[in-house]
Design a binder for this molecule. Structure first.
Ligand code: SF4
Length: 367
């Protein structure tokens, strides 16, 4: 079998990485900076409503507007709690998409990052999709602009184009398949069995991991998640030395050295299920810290330790917190429900082309 593993070198990746460094540092030092600065009306006044007041009003607004909150595991605990308490949903991006598609609500409040709101719109053109923070994006999405991606695809016309869900609607529209981390390996395995060679984008670590375990012929875009890329195998090994009974649960967006010392590799939902089914009572978790809320809530008798990142405090870039996921706030949800602002719209032709690639994933059943 002819297996190639080519990583596209793109100069802009370094540019956005530099540009984002100050954003990450600020988000880590001042986690509420973005919410406070994007909703000045709530914070400039001495008589601004409390979080509890807003929370209670949101509950009424959701009923009044026939709306539900769909939150990602990486959002703040209070948003996950709100979604759970009001008949909404908390999950990974595939589960969020499925819940949104099956929900009877007219309005979906997607608390996550931009591509998740776009995915909801692709699947639900008749529903109103609102996002608390339209500027909440993702380093994988930012690092894969459609014009560069189009050129990359044109270099490999014979390959099946498979993109990760963390991409814009335009990139999805250019793809044959869209996959999430929970289904990526099974889809690639299926395509490999059919004798297809793959063009993969944008996460290079997830791509390389799948390429390695499926032995599929893949060319891989050079993108990375700023949060997962920062986990360091050395720090995790040191933590394992302190807690020899702990198992390491890692997201496949983490670097290969981290995956090599992990006991389980999988999506956020996969990590929660693994922690549930494994007998051990202590785990080191290499993914965004928001997942700890779900893990501790579902498994209170087990201990979860966040995997160390490069640097500590002000010297780390993400500190295992996604600066874009943390842009979502109770204040913004209240604001968009009242005003209808931050609605996601898409060009019909882009939506339809992206829908085909997404639908393949949603229809996919492992054989
Ligand atoms: S955690 Fe990483 S992959 Fe997820 S939204 Fe943030 S930057 Fe993107």
């Amino acid at each position: 079998m002819n297996t190639s593993h080519t990583v596209a070198k793109q100069g802009y990746v370094h540019k956005w990485r530099r540009a984002l460094t100050s954003l990450h540092r600020r988000a880590v030092r001042e986690p509420y900076y973005f919410a406070l600065n994007r909703t000045p009306s709530y914070h400039a006044k001495a008589d601004a409503p409390s979080i509890q007041q807003l929370y209670d009003e949101i509950k009424s607004l959701l009923v009044e507007k026939n709306a539900v909150v769909i939150a990602h595991y990486y959002t703040d605990e209070i948003l996950q709690q709100l979604a759970e308490e009001t008949g909404g949903f908390v999950g990974d991006s595939l589960e969020m998409a499925r819940f949104g598609r099956d929900s009877d609500a007219e309005t979906l409040v997607v608390s996550g990052v931009r591509f998740m709101g776009e995915t909801a719109k692709i699947l639900n053109p008749q529903k109103r999709i609102l996002m608390p923070a339209l500027e909440a994006t993702c380093s994988l999405d930012l690092g894969c602009p459609i014009d560069e991606f189009e050129s990359f695809c044109n270099k490999y016309p014979e390959r099946t184009v498979v993109v990760y869900a963390n991409t814009s609607a335009d990139v999805k529209a250019r793809a044959d398949w869209v996959v999430t981390s929970s289904i990526a390996k099974d889809v690639i395995e299926h395509l490999h069995d059919q004798g297809q060679s793959i063009l993969w984008a944008p996460d290079k670590y997830l791509g390389a991991y799948i390429q390695r375990i499926t032995q599929t012929d893949m060319v891989i875009w050079d993108g990375a998640c700023v949060v997962h890329e920062e986990f360091k195998a050395q720090g995790i090994a040191a933590l394992k030395h302190t807690y020899p009974d702990a198992l390491v649960l890692a997201h496949p967006e983490s670097p290969p050295a981290v995956l090599d010392i992990s006991d389980y590799i999988g999506s956020t939902s996969g990590i929660i299920n693994a922690a549930h089914s494994m007998d051990n009572n202590r785990f080191i978790v290499a993914t965004e810290q928001g997942i700890l809320y779900q893990l501790r809530q579902k498994l209170p008798h087990k201990e979860f330790i966040s995997a160390p990142t490069a640097g500590e405090g002000a010297t780390c870039q993400s500190c295992a917190r996604c600066p874009w996921m943390k842009m979502n706030s109770i204040q913004d949800i209240h604001h968009i429900l009242l005003t209808g602002e931050n609605e996601i719209t898409l060009q019909p032709d882009v939506r339809q082309a992206a829908m085909q690639a997404l639908q393949r994933m949603l229809n996919f059943k492992k054989t």
